[in-house]
Design a protein around this ligand. Structure first.
Ligand SMILES: [Fe+2]
Ligand SMILES: [Fe+2]
Length: 228
């Protein structure tokens, strides 16, 4: 299993696009430069900045060069036209694509009963979502995360689901790792703008730090830089 994870491209169209399209094009080039190519790409939300149709059209154009399946799920900035939460088979693994988006809000909600029902196979599984079940220590990000009660319930589910190899997420615009219920939780940087590392801050600050993406295998999550 080799799966590339891109996150939070926040595509804007027009003169004030903040380089979002060029940055996603660079990320796509970086995926295409991998040897071997990953079997699939998962984009963990905030595909568009304003959920505008033109932004999703631009996103689709930008990922079109990828020859492998590209799976997406919604972030808090999105209003996706998609099949809804579902699972896909990728190169001998299963990827569960969750929907943590609450319309009109920036924080998230995880449907744990749905997720538990999706875990009926023994196949090695990656659980993907936008809002990560971890605390970054950056107050402004943690305030728009998942409820503590849902993180605790997910920890119990992970502890009894050894087929889950990793939980992967976006939203925090940084690469970070934590453990929950004995499972690794990994967040992926944005393809464009990042959140400044300011532990203890009550807010958060978006900065033009270098982008990166993650490459997941059964055993490891690699961080791959993106050259602009
Ligand atoms: Fe985002
Ligand atoms: Fe987000």
């Amino acid at each position: 299993m080799t799966i590339a994870q891109l996150s939070d491209p926040h595509i804007k169209v027009g003169p004030n696009d903040e380089g979002s399209a060029a940055a996603l094009a660079s990320a796509v080039d970086a995926v295409l430069a991998l040897t071997p190519l990953p079997a699939a790409v998962v984009v963990t939300g905030d595909l568009a900045e304003h959920a505008a149709a033109a932004e999703y059209e631009r996103f689709a154009e930008l990922v079109a060069p990828l020859p492998m399946p590209v799976h997406v799920l919604p972030g808090n900035h999105d209003d996706l036209d998609w099949p809804g939460p579902h699972s896909v088979d990728c190169d001998g693994a299963r990827v569960v694509l969750c929907d943590t988006h609450i319309p009109g809000r920036d924080d998230g909600h995880l449907e744990l009963d749905w997720l538990a029902a999706e875990l009926r196979t023994e196949t090695p599984t990656i659980v993907a979502m936008h809002h990560p079940p971890l605390l970054t220590g950056i107050g402004g990000l943690d305030a728009i995360g998942l409820p503590d009660t849902e993180k605790a319930a997910l920890a119990e589910l992970l502890a009894r689901s050894p087929q889950i190899k990793r939980v992967i997420a976006g939203h925090v615009h940084r690469t970070a790792f934590a453990s929950l219920g004995g499972c690794v939780v990994a967040t992926c940087a944005s393809t464009n703008l990042q959140a400044k590392l300011e532990i203890g801050s009550p807010g958060f600050t978006i900065v033009p730090e270098p982008p990166a993406f993650l490459v997941h295998t059964h055993d490891v999550a690699h961080v791959q830089p993106i050259q602009g």
